[in-house]
Design a protein around this ligand. Structure first.
Ligand SMILES: *[C@@H]1O[C@H](CO)[C@@H](O)[C@H](O)[C@H]1NC(C)=O
Ligand SMILES: *[C@@H]1O[C@H](CO)[C@@H](O)[C@H](O)[C@H]1NC(C)=O
Ligand SMILES: *[C@@H]1O[C@H](CO)[C@@H](O)[C@H](O)[C@H]1NC(C)=O
Ligand SMILES: *[C@@H]1O[C@H](CO)[C@@H](O)[C@H](O)[C@H]1NC(C)=O
Ligand SMILES: *[C@@H]1O[C@H](CO)[C@@H](O)[C@H](O)[C@H]1NC(C)=O
Ligand SMILES: *[C@@H]1O[C@H](CO)[C@@H](O)[C@H](O)[C@H]1NC(C)=O
Ligand SMILES: *[C@@H]1O[C@H](CO)[C@@H](O)[C@H](O)[C@H]1NC(C)=O
Ligand SMILES: *[C@@H]1O[C@H](CO)[C@@H](O)[C@H](O)[C@H]1NC(C)=O
Ligand SMILES: *[C@@H]1O[C@H](CO)[C@@H](O)[C@H](O)[C@H]1NC(C)=O
Ligand SMILES: *[C@@H]1O[C@H](CO)[C@@H](O)[C@H](O)[C@H]1NC(C)=O
Ligand SMILES: *[C@@H]1O[C@H](CO)[C@@H](O)[C@H](O)[C@H]1NC(C)=O
Ligand SMILES: CC(=O)N[C@H]1CO[C@H](CO)[C@@H](O)[C@@H]1O
Length: 782
């Protein structure tokens, strides 16, 4: 049934009709057929003319004009797929289905812009189906299809699953194996991450499939669970006949469902993923500030101040650049203040580069000014007391009178703020006193009410009101450590009943303080310091804030009692996950991904202690017991600054405690009575790395290691190329990133070098783990 006439001799309509007759419902495109960019009238169509593949002039129009080979719905819109991800060709370009079986898009110059990659696979036909799917098939079936290679749109009947990506400029959309749907900027910043109710990060779902039902329901299907989850209904769900609905990732980075009536050529938006367009990361480009103008709902992109200029004045979305680069600044570098503005930060960024601190608004600006790696900062006034330090040099801003935050961006002085529209200013001045009055009276009403409420709530709790008042005040004022009375801590721990553990410095109990926050209370032993000295140390510890450090909430210093109150870490300490415990051989086990993140997090916490915080602190007791895990298994280093508390009084005590408690982690210089420096922490940290990989204590000796120290044996196995032998047996069968394991082990062997000067600094260790630098072969540790 081969058609031997040259297809180009036939007009398209005739060709289509002939083929339809022969092939029944599908219009088959035979090898050798070509569509020319200059003839936008010519197309390949689906059997009932529901979809057409043809060249469309690229918009906004260019000169000379350019074209994309696109599949469109009847009527001309929406476009559902384009060859080569929307690649454009000039008017000499063409799309050809070669006799070798591949479909190619060629530019006027003759260069191939896109190739379906299906040559010599026996492909004998190309078909545009009624559902919009362009399929290349051989005798055995489909070899390539546009549904499997989507550009920026999904149509009904299309299965969108793990591994497929919709792209539009720097933005991308994908389905994760966990079942989450995510929108990312530049493949790195997820600015929309829709988890499902039963988000099963732990479960390995086999390819969840996203589908848009013709009626307008966007749903995820889990073949494994035979479960369907509705992600969204389009607002015109179930309405109309002959309506095509598509899911499209737009060039503004937002994901929308559009509806189009057949033949109308128009589309209407029926659902949008990110409701506030300004929350799309990078929408206004680098250094761009997104905002809304009262009179229109579409966002506007501007520059932070007159210290900046638009990269492309004709396209405000391309972002802004400094008129004077910071490197070339001869004057003073200063922080430009933007009220009601924030620089967008989405959760995983915290982990890529810890950027979140508990510091006040002025520190948030000053710290950024002082740090050469910081470009901008945002201080939240939403009660969280957080400050985001932006060290990435891509900054995406959002300004809106409703935002409870203030942002700062580094500029070469003098600061030249954008002049506010003068009309609006006058307007405000006139109304200013009215507003002030209204605000003041509202505030006093609120205070009276609040006071009443407080009195009403708390008068029945004896001996508690005064303290609680002090507690709240302090908390909102500064984040300074809270001074608890011994009695209150006794009460909040129910008489020191629930013991969490026995640290080197004293026992730790679980408690619940006034505002229902769960805390860990540490009863220090052997501290005989005076009140003043103790308070000084406490304030140093509590002013040390970092995402990878356990936060000190408060303290108690009363008579001989010295207690510290920390935030409670739900998942306890790392050791309970690493080492097999006879009593509870339960399923407490962390897979490699978590282990690696914990190693990196702890390294970042220590880097902060050693190199970045104001009063640098040597931890002196780094070990898995002092690395705590929060509910998301983020590592937080605890007990920092305590060694100093004790050493001030009793040096012997410290050494003894540590030796007793932490055999195996002490750097050689400790035992040799040489000066202890941050490099001693590096040594201990190196031992922790080894334990994270192996799940065994570094000093363990067994038959397997021929009764040698585990660390020595591990190095030898590593040198022999037997990395797998070192890895924890309980995880070795899982999917493991061996490249990461290798980096961790190399970093480990450098850290546990006998000579402190041979060991890297913690910031270098972070770089090693992140794979930013190459790691040389380490010499044998002893
Ligand atoms: C395209 O087709 C329309 C009518 O179908 C015709 O008027 C027009 O001249 C054609 N354009 C070209 C460039 O062939
Ligand atoms: C094409 O249209 C005809 C007549 O309306 C209909 O019977 C047929 O099922 C349609 N074919 C497809 C593939 O939709
Ligand atoms: C196609 O050729 C034009 C010049 O004719 C050029 O400007 C354009 O970049 C080329 N397109 C591609 C995708 O190579
Ligand atoms: C048809 O395509 C499949 C890949 O989809 C390939 O494995 C098979 O060998 C092809 N058949 C022929 C006859 O080339
Ligand atoms: C989508 O997946 C379903 C079942 O998983 C299958 O029946 C259907 O044919 C697939 N659709 C396409 C276009 O591949
Ligand atoms: C899935 O999304 C939720 C938010 O809806 C988020 O909390 C969770 O961390 C995400 N899970 C993964 C694996 O990305
Ligand atoms: C999530 O699950 C809870 C109970 O398991 C249910 O009440 C709630 O409606 C669900 N939410 C969504 C969005 O499905
Ligand atoms: C988990 O997912 C990985 C990655 O696709 C797969 O190779 C592995 O077989 C899955 N494991 C289980 C237990 O389902
Ligand atoms: C906001 O809207 C007004 C009125 O439409 C217009 O005059 C003004 O230029 C707009 N502002 C910006 C920043 O576009
Ligand atoms: C209670 O106080 C703690 C410690 O300062 C704070 O982190 C937490 O956010 C507070 N919780 C509430 C509900 O106010
Ligand atoms: C690697 O180490 C493991 C654990 O000791 C051992 O069982 C295995 O034989 C070693 N493999 C090689 C190739 O040395
Ligand atoms: C729990 C369950 O059904 N798991 C299945 C998920 O899908 C994979 C591959 O399709 C199967 O191998 C699992 O058994």
């Amino acid at each position: 049934m081969k058609l031997q006439r040259h297809p180009l001799l036939l007009s398209f309509a005739f060709f289509s009709a002939v083929i339809s007759k022969i092939a029944g419902t599908t219009a088959t495109i035979l090898p050798g057929t070509t569509l020319y960019a200059s003839k936008t009238n010519k197309s390949w169509s689906s059997p009932n003319n529901t979809f057409f593949l043809h060249f469309l002039p690229f918009l906004p129009s260019t000169s000379p004009p350019s074209f994309t080979a696109t599949i469109v719905y009847s009527g001309g819109a929406p476009a559902v797929w384009s060859a080569g991800n929307g690649a454009t060709v000039d008017s000499g370009g063409y799309l050809r289905f070669l006799p070798t079986g591949n479909l190619i898009l060629v530019n006027g110059s003759g260069s191939t812009v896109w190739d379906s990659g299906t040559s010599n696979m026996g492909v004998s036909s190309a078909t545009l189906h009624e559902n919009g799917n362009l399929v290349l098939s051989n005798n055995t079936g489909s070899v390539w299809s546009s549904f499997d290679n989507p550009t920026d749109t999904i149509v009904p009947f299309q299965n969108f699953t793990v591994g497929m990506v919709l792209r539009s400029g720097l933005f991308s959309f994908s389905v994760l194996r966990s079942g989450n749907l995510t929108l990312k900027w530049s493949d790195s910043v997820p600015y929309w991450d829709q988890g499902l109710n039963f988000s099963m990060s732990a479960v390995n779902l086999s390819s969840p499939v996203l589908r848009l039902e013709p009626m307008g329901v966007l749903q995820l299907f889990y073949p494994n669970l035979s479960a369907l989850v509705v992600v969204a209904y389009s607002s015109d769900y179930g309405e109309g006949t002959d309506v095509l609905r598509v899911l499209k990732l737009d060039s503004d980075g937002n994901l929308r469902v559009y509806s189009s009536k057949r033949g109308s050529g128009t589309v209407s938006s029926r659902w949008v993923a990110v409701e506030d367009q300004c929350e799309v990361f990078g929408y206004c480009g680098n250094n761009g500030v997104c905002s809304y103008n009262d009179s229109s709902s579409s966002p506007i992109c501007g520059c932070p101040s007159q210290n900046f200029e638009m990269v492309d004045p004709s396209d405000s979305r391309k972002g802004c650049r400094r008129k004077v680069r910071l490197e070339d600044c001869v004057g003073k570098v200063a922080m430009l203040q933007l009220d009601h503005a924030r620089f967008l930060t989405y959760p995983p960024l915290f982990f890529i580069n810890p950027e979140v601190f508990f510091i006040g608004i002025s520190a948030c600006s000053v710290n950024c000014l002082a740090a050469s790696s910081c470009f901008a900062s945002t201080s939240l006034s939403d009660g969280s007391g957080l400050c985001y330090i932006k060290t990435s040099n891509f900054i995406s801003g959002y300004q809106n009178p409703a935002l409870p935050s203030t942002s700062y961006i580094k500029v070469c002085g003098p600061v030249a703020p954008n002049s506010a529209p003068s009309l609006e200013n006058a307007h405000w001045r006139v109304r200013g006193w009215v507003v002030t009055l209204v605000v003041l009276s509202a505030l006093s009403c609120f205070l009276v009410l609040e006071g009443g409420l407080w009195f009403w709530c708390c008068r029945n709790m004896q001996g508690f009101g005064g303290l609680a008042a002090q507690y709240t005040l302090l908390e909102y004022a500064s984040g300074a450590p809270i001074h608890f009375s011994y009695k209150e801590l006794q009460k909040s721990t129910k008489g020191f009943k629930l013991k969490l553990g026995d640290g080197g410095f004293g026992a730790v109990y679980k408690g619940v303080v006034a505002n229902q926050t769960v805390v860990a209370v540490k009863q220090l032993e052997g501290v005989d310091q005076g009140e003043k000295q103790f308070r000084m140390e406490v304030s140093t510890i509590s002013s040390t804030h970092h995402l990878n450090l356990v936060r000190l909430i408060g303290f108690c210093s009363e008579g001989r009692h010295r207690l510290l109150v920390y935030e409670f870490m739900k998942n306890g300490s790392l050791d309970s996950f690493l080492f097999v415990n006879e009593e509870q051989q339960s399923g407490k086990l962390l897979n490699w991904g978590y282990r690696f993140n914990i190693a990196l997090g702890a390294a970042k916490g220590l880097t902060y202690l050693h190199e970045e915080c104001r009063n640098c602190i040597v931890h002196c007791d780094v070990k898995p017991e002092n690395i705590l895990l929060d509910e998301n298994y983020n590592a937080k280093v605890s007990d920092f600054g305590l060694a100093k508390l004790l050493s001030a009084v009793d040096h012997r005590h410290r050494t003894l405690t540590s030796v007793r408690g932490t055999r195996g982690y002490l750097a050689p210089e400790w035992l040799a009575n040489l000066p202890v420096t941050s490099k001693s922490d590096v040594y201990s940290y190196g031992m922790v790395l080894l334990e994270i990989v192996s799940g065994r204590r570094n000093f363990e000796m067994s038959e397997e290691t021929s009764r040698r120290k585990f660390s020595v044996w591990a190095y030898e196995e590593f040198e022999k190329g037997n990395m797998t032998g070192v890895i924890d047996r309980r995880v070795v069968s899982q999917e493991i990133n061996m490249e990461q394991v290798k980096r961790v082990l190399l970093a480990c062997f450098w850290c546990i070098q006998e000579q402190p000067s041979q060991r890297p600094t913690m910031s270098k260790v972070v770089q090693m783990l992140e794979g930013v630098i190459d790691i040389e072969r380490p010499p044998a540790p002893n």
